[in-house]
Write a protein that binds this ligand. Sequence first.
Ligand code: AMP
Length: 591
Amino acid sequence: MATERHQAGLEIFEYLTTNAHQIQEQVLEEILNRNARTEYLRGFLNGQCDKQLFKKNVPIITYQDVEPYINRIANGEPSDILLAEPLTGFYRSTGTSGGQPKLIPSIDEEDKLVLRDTLIESVIRKHFGDLDKAGKRMELMFAKPEIETPSGLMARTATTVLFKRSSFINILPKLYTSPIETIFCLDTNQSMYCQLLAGLIQRDEVVRIGSIFASAVLRAIKCLEDRWKELCSNIKTGHVSDWITDSGCRNALSLILKPNPDLADSIENICGCESWEGIIKKLWPKAKYIGAITTGFMSQYTAALEFYSGGLPLVSSFYVCSEAMCGINLEPLKRHADVSYTIVPNMAYFEFLPVKKDCPTIFPDQVGVSHQESKEMKSNNEVIEPVDLVNVEPGQCYELIVTTSAGLYRYKIGDILMATGFHNNAPQFQFVERQNVILSIDAEKTSEADLLRAVTKAKALLDPLGFLLTGYSSYADTSSTPGYYVLFWELKRKESNDTKELDPKIMVECCSRMEESLNYTYKVYRKENTIAPLEIRVVKEGTFDALMDYYVSQGVSMSQYKAPSCIKSKEVMKILDSGVIGKFSNPEIRF
Ligand code: AMP
């Protein structure tokens, strides 16, 4: 039955991608037929459902443009300001907004969610077999409380909505190691500890380890490193630690936690080793892969995850936003740098705004990266128009624009993607960067991908010395003249008994390597002394966890957390600055 469903899923996907253009036209037509008379669209379309008029008149917008309409609905006005159908609530997203919460309108789209899950599972099944039969998933999942808006409509994170679906709750005990109570426990530390405990108790059944984003998996490893003795003692005695005060967690664990000294001993033996290289595979020997997004800015975590994984493939299955499901990865065994997502044509109406940019062909893990010049763009004063899904050109970068059934029209998600090819007639993209993450001094602009590339090249100097970069962030310090870029780096020794100190000379070299790897304008400004030398501030271990905790305390879900690559908030700066244990820069210019 399940096999048939997954076979059908792949067939549906072939149909959708073969007929990508027609499907897109239908999607837009349906949205316009339903919503052309809403207050928002009436202003541009005069009530007409004409697709050409839509493209001519409806402006391309960002969240700020539509926010007043969304706020009016949240404050109690009828949702037909934006869409004919009543809203079922809002998604709370911080996706591309650098920590600023956004409210994204949502409607009941169960059919799309089912299709999305089926497609993702079908691809996984094709490569890894029937995991449902093979065992359970240790998926780290974190719900957040719902917030009631003045209209009475609830605002929830997209992941919380998924965890609340009855179809998910029904299959959870059979297919996942985490009891539902641990997912809904609002204290993230207790939730993480209990999910790890449940995953360890059932370690022989676990066939997949994961979370939505790579950073949450690494956070779990950190929790394990800090607390493995305590976890083992809980397993040995059959009693959960006293600091787990959440009654839901305690009750749920009491059903699966029985004294098991043998299990505790074997986990203790594994965790007691000096090197944690390959720890995931050792602890969960039946695991077939680690499922977590490691593309784009998440690729900063791949080196650390690979270290712990013991050779398990890292699989980024999808590209998804609170606004819309966008793409799936048809080749889950590809390395993160080569992963492309195929757009799923019936999920939204997609348009692609060409951006002038040197698109990286890959996100480098090593030095010596190739770049591919983007296609020649139109001259500066010509207006650049978005193109349809079938008209994207491989090698070109685009900003993604979506029109959704839930009332977003020509809305920029804020992500930059590079077209890499087509599956049938649906384009495939690599994730490049978030548009609004920019370090800037004067007219110099360093984007998220520029920064990632430079950090990746510089940290390669530390890899052979046994250091892992486990987190980084940045800001432009303009409190003095000339201003300069500051990079916060958190480093960790691969071997716990390694007492080697960080060599300041190598760190200074890292500063130069970063500067050499930044873009042309940066180098010109450095030579002119319009920008002062870049500084790397090494922070103590745990600083980036403190940053995550701060964001989680502000309402961000750990399941959807994305560490900021570039900081603007003073509060966040304070957290990172308080962890600084060394500052390095190199006044010498090498280029
Ligand atoms: P959210 O709104 O919290 O669901 O976050 C959505 C954002 O997460 C997207 O707009 C992207 O910036 C990022 N994202 C989602 N999927 C991926 C992916 N596969 N690779 C890189 N970034 C992603």
